[in-house]
Design a protein around this ligand. Structure first.
Ligand code: DX5
Ligand code: ZN
Length: 221
């Protein structure tokens, strides 16, 4: 029995095997992670609200949007429109709009999350931590898969667990970036609730999703 939740990062999957891979993973994972970038907050553009609608056609699992965008309120509106289950905005651009974004997401019956880049400390999200459903800790620089794993970010996971216990809160703690066989031991020690698994942890292991899955699970369980 696995207590950790797994959330494959769909920007790292093979689009030529879209339906095959999603169908295989549907019975094995807990949600899907969808990276939304605007080319400004990070120098890349990947998935979109339109892509979320396409995933809906082949999966009923919760979908979680990881926004890497400068104009967070604009993208929150677009993601509410496609009823994305978890809408996670960047803490770095949320000053002055965090409460209204969280309220809008909750009013639509959806879950609200915030993401902390490697340099961002937990302190800046404390004012609204009690109304969040999820906090994502970036363990790499955001924008691209397969980047250097930043071990120092793991202390924020421990800190968030302590605060959650002390304040009796219930947000999930997720980690995103280079979650792979090499790093799992030290990640497991920090005890996040959700692992985002991308290219280095799953899709890039072999060119067949069943083989990649068993290679990952063997190593992990
Ligand atoms: C990067 C994304 C991650 C990434 C994870 O900006 O947020 O979701 O795709 O892929 P890996 O685990 O291969 O770094
Ligand atoms: Zn991500």
């Amino acid at each position: 029995h696995r207590t950790i939740q797994l959330s494959p990062s769909l920007m790292t999957m093979d689009l030529d095997k879209f339906t095959e891979q999603i169908t295989f993973l549907n019975s094995k994972v807990n949600s899907y992670h969808v990276d939304i970038m605007d080319g400004h907050f990070v120098p890349n553009i990947t998935l979109s609200p339109w892509f979320i609608e396409q995933v809906r056609k082949v999966s009923s699992l919760p979908l979680s949007a990881h926004m890497m965008v400068t104009d967070a309120p604009f993208w929150v509106k677009q993601l509410i429109a496609v009823k994305c289950d978890y809408i996670c905005f960047p803490s770095e651009v949320a000053n002055g709009v965090a409460f209204s974004m969280i309220d809008d997401i909750h009013a639509a019956g959806l879950k609200a999350g915030v993401v902390l880049n490697p340099e961002t400390q937990v302190d800046i999200i404390k004012p609204y931590l009690d109304i969040l459903d999820k906090v994502t800790i970036m363990t790499i620089d955001p924008g691209f898969a397969g980047q250097r794993f930043l071990e120092s970010t793991l202390s924020k996971i421990v800190e968030l667990r302590q605060i959650r216990d002390e304040m009796g809160l219930s947000y999930h703690i997720e980690m995103d970036g280079s979650t792979n066989l090499k790093h799992w031991k030290m990640i497991a020690d920090a005890k996040p609730d959700v692992y985002v698994i991308g290219r280095s942890g799953l899709f890039g292991l072999t060119d067949n999703i069943e083989d990649s899955w068993s290679q990952m699970v063997d190593e992990y369980e």
